[in-house]
Design a protein around this ligand. Structure first.
Ligand SMILES: [Zn+2]
Ligand SMILES: [Zn+2]
Length: 333
C-alpha cells in the first residue's frame, strides 16, 4: 500500500497547501483519513481526485463533504453487516458443485470457446447463488437490509438537500447555516422510498454476482479444484468491505445527494447549473469534460456521481434567492 499511500498523502497535502491554512491537528487527521480512504479504494478511477478535493475544502464546503463522507461510511457499514448476515445462508457448496458438473459435461471445445463457456456458466451459477440469498423477501434478514438501505437513501437525500442549501446560502452571501437543522427538517419531509431501495439492492446483487462470476471463471480457467472455488467464493461473500456493496452504496447515496440538490434549485427557480470539480491535474477526464461543457440547463446536466467515489457537485449558475433565516447560525453576517 505504501507507494499509493505516499501519492495520496502528497495529493492531500498539496490540496491543503493551496489554501495557505495552518497544518493543524485537524488537517493532520484529515490527511490520515484521506490516505486511508484512498488506499482502500486504490483500484477505483478518480480516487486521487477525491483525495485532493478533501484537502482543499474549507469552511462550509469542508463541512458539507465531511458530513456526506461520514454518512456514506456509517450507512455502508450498517448495510455491510446486514449483507453478511444474509449471505451466511448462501449455498456456495451446491452452486460450485453444479457449476463444475455443468462444465465437465460441456468441456470439449478449444481454448477461447472453453473460456467463454466458463464465463457463461460462471455468470449463471453466480446469479443463481445470489438470487437464492434474497429469494424470500419476508426473511427478517432481508427485511433488515432493505430497511437499512431505504433509510440510507432517505438520509442521503436529506443530506444532499441540506448541503445544497448551505452551499447556495454561502454562494448568495448569507452567514453560515445550521446544516444539521436543515438535515433534520429535510429528513422529516422526504418520504422513505422502498421501491428505490429495492432497485438499489437488485443492482447490488447483480454487481456481487458479477464479482463471484469473475472469480469462478478465473478459477475454472486455472483448473482450480472444488475446495479452492468454495473457499474463494466465501472469501468474497464474507468480506464486509465487499466491493460491490461499498461501490453500490457510494453511487446510490451520491445520486441522492445530487437529486436533492437539483430539487432545491428547482424549488427556487434556478434555470442553469454548473458541474463543479476540484480542478487541478488529478481530476479524471470524464469529470473535467463535464465541468468544461457547463453551464447546463437545469434538466440537462450530467448527474453526479459520474463514477464511484466521484465527489463532483452541481451548483446553481446564478445565486439563488433563499430565505435561510430560520437556519442561520448566530444571526446573519
Ligand atoms: Zn471523475
Ligand atoms: Zn467527479
Amino acid at each position: 500500500m505504501s507507494e499509493f499511500a505516499d501519492a495520496a498523502r502528497l495529493a492531500y497535502v498539496s490540496g491543503w497547501a493551496a489554501t495557505n491554512g495552518p497544518f493543524t491537528d485537524q488537517v493532520r487527521a484529515g490527511c490520515a483519513a484521506a490516505v486511508a480512504l484512498a488506499c482502500e479504494h486504490d483500484t477505483e478511477p478518480g480516487v486521487l481526485e477525491a483525495t485532493v478535493r478533501l484537502g482543499e475544502l474549507e469552511g462550509i464546503w469542508a463541512e458539507v463533504y465531511a458530513r456526506r463522507d461520514a454518512l456514506v461510511d456509517e450507512r455502508t457499514r450498517l448495510a455491510a453487516t446486514a449483507w453478511t448476515s444474509l449471505t451466511v445462508t448462501a449455498d456456495v457448496a451446491g452452486s460450485v458443485a453444479t457449476f463444475r458438473r455443468r462444465l465437465a459435461l460441456a468441456s470439449e471445445a478449444t481454448d477461447p470457446e472453453t473460456r467463454d463457456r466458463h464465463r457463461a456458466e460462471a455468470i449463471a451459477a453466480a446469479l443463481l447463488l445470489l438470487s437464492g440469498i434474497v429469494r424470500d423477501r419476508h426473511d427478517p434478514k432481508f427485511v433488515a437490509l432493505a430497511t437499512l438501505v431505504t433509510d440510507a437513501l432517505r438520509a442521503a437525500w436529506a443530506e444532499g438537500y441540506a448541503g445544497a442549501l448551505a452551499l447556495a446560502a454561502h454562494q448568495a452571501g448569507h452567514g453560515p447555516v445550521d446544516v444539521a437543522a436543515v438535515f433534520a427538517d429535510a429528513y422529516t419531509d422526504h418520504p422513505a422510498d422502498p421501491a428505490l431501495a429495492a432497485a438499489v439492492i437488485t443492482a447490488l446483487i447483480r454487481a456481487a454476482a458479477g464479482d463471484v462470476a469473475a472469480v469462478l471463471a478465473r478459477l475454472a480457467d486455472d483448473g482450480a479444484d472444488y475446495d479452492e472455488m468454495v473457499r474463494s467464493v466465501w472469501d468474497l461473500l464474507d468480506d464486509d468491505e465487499l466491493r460491490a456493496l461499498t461501490v453500490g452504496m457510494d453511487v446510490a447515496m451520491g445520486s441522492e445527494f445530487a437529486r436533492a440538490g437539483l430539487s432545491l434549485y428547482r424549488e427556487h427557480g434556478a434555470q442553469y447549473v454548473d458541474f463543479v470539480t476540484v480542478g487541478g491535474a488529478l481530476v479524471c477526464g470524464l469529470c473535467m469534460d463535464a465541468e468544461s461543457a457547463g453551464p447546463y440547463p437545469i434538466g440537462g446536466a450530467p448527474p453526479p456521481p459520474l463514477h464511484p467515489y466521484c465527489r463532483c457537485v452541481l451548483i446553481p449558475t446564478s445565486p439563488l434567492t433563499l430565505d435561510v433565516f430560520p437556519y442561520l447560525l448566530g444571526g446573519s453576517r
